[in-house]
Design a protein around this ligand. Structure first.
Ligand code: C2E
Ligand code: MG
Ligand code: MG
Ligand code: MG
Length: 288
């Protein structure tokens, strides 16, 4: 704020600025401690087949089990972690935990893990992913890595090499939050994506909003021609699932099926006796 006002200007001292700086500094120290104390936990949100309701796997979503604040959501610490250069360590931890926990799920289910922009520019990312797979014994075909479009803008050569390297390991690559941010259709052919995840901002307006309907239909058609699958994020209502099915989206993910839950709760949800009666839409456990 002070910088924007330029030279030769007097910037009035605002007590709020000091408070903000203090809060940020406290969060920074807390975050560094959290890594030492291992306070990060991974929750999982199931993904199902839009037509049959069968489980396909789950997305790993990190949370911070803060000693006094309780469960802190990633939106409240990932950006700072990214800025402080801590995201690589956190991301590596999430990847290892997710691969290990996925081994206790039925063997046809995949686990999706989010990669940050910073991780995509790491020189040894492919080796790190390969090392986690071999340490845990998870087959590479059961791992999916999600990247957002904004993460693709950072360092194109390295990012390009990393995503292709990951893909060559047999790991699947998904484009997350598709349609928001810096959509460039050239990304779709430049990088080896297997799946497009339609952002929840479009899904929220379905099926009533004609523009969102048109966008989803176009994305499904494009993905189909490019041999990619489509998953709809943020599906909260049955009519949105029905829309996904009708339009040919392969997967859905959202509160309609379940909020993100702990691995042991997911194990119960994945129980074959419960899956077989196709009553996935009745099970909506609430996040701890
Ligand atoms: P994302 O990867 O797009 O994950 C989907 C987010 O949408 C999750 O928020 C999920 O809880 C939320 N969501 C799912 N279904 C619904 C629904 O039906 N309605 C609504 N309103 N929301 C729904 P969450 O867990 O707070 O994560 C937010 C973002 O934080 C993620 O967005 C991802 O970009 C980032 N993130 C989470 N875990 C990690 C991680 O381990 N590493 C990195 N780099 N980023 C992460
Ligand atoms: Mg994601
Ligand atoms: Mg997303
Ligand atoms: Mg998101």
């Amino acid at each position: 704020r002070a910088k924007q006002s330029g030279r030769n200007r007097i910037c009035k001292f605002e007590p709020q600025m000091l408070l903000d700086a203090l809060a940020r500094r406290t969060l920074e120290m807390d975050l560094r401690l959290a890594l030492q104390r291992d306070e990060f936990v991974v929750h999982y949100q199931p993904q199902i087949d839009a037509s049959t309701g069968a489980f396909q796997g789950a997305e790993a979503l990190v949370r911070w089990q803060h000693p006094t604040k309780g469960l802190v959501s990633p939106a409240d610490f990932i950006p700072l972690a990214e800025e402080l250069g801590l995201i690589g360590t956190i991301g590596q931890k999430v990847l290892a935990v997710a691969c290990r926990e996925a081994l206790s799920w039925p063997s046809e289910f995949t686990v999706a893990v989010n990669l940050s922009a910073h991780q995509l520019t790491e020189i040894d990312l492919v080796q790190k992913v390969a090392a986690v797979l071999s340490a845990t014994g998870l087959p590479s075909s059961r791992l999916e890595l999600e990247v957002t479009e904004s993460a693709l803008l950072q360092d194109t050569d390295r990012t390009h090499a990393n995503l292709h390297g990951i893909h060559e390991l047999g790991v699947r690559v998904s484009l997350d939050d598709f349609g928001t941010g810096y959509s460039s259709l050239s990304h779709l052919t430049q990088f080896p994506f297997d799946k497009l995840k339609i952002d929840q901002s479009f899904v929220r307006r379905l099926p009533g909003d004609n523009n969102s309907v048109a966008i989803v239909q176009a994305v499904v058609g494009l993905a189909d021609k490019l041999k990619m699958t489509v998953t709809m994020e943020g599906v909260e209502r049955e009519e949105q699932r029905a829309f996904a099915k009708r339009e040919g989206c392969q997967g859905i993910q959202g509160y309609l099926v379940s909020r993100p839950i702990a691995s042991h709760e997911l194990g119960e949800l994945f129980d074959p006796h419960r899956v077989s009666d196709h009553e996935w839409n009745r099970t909506t456990p609430v996040e701890a």
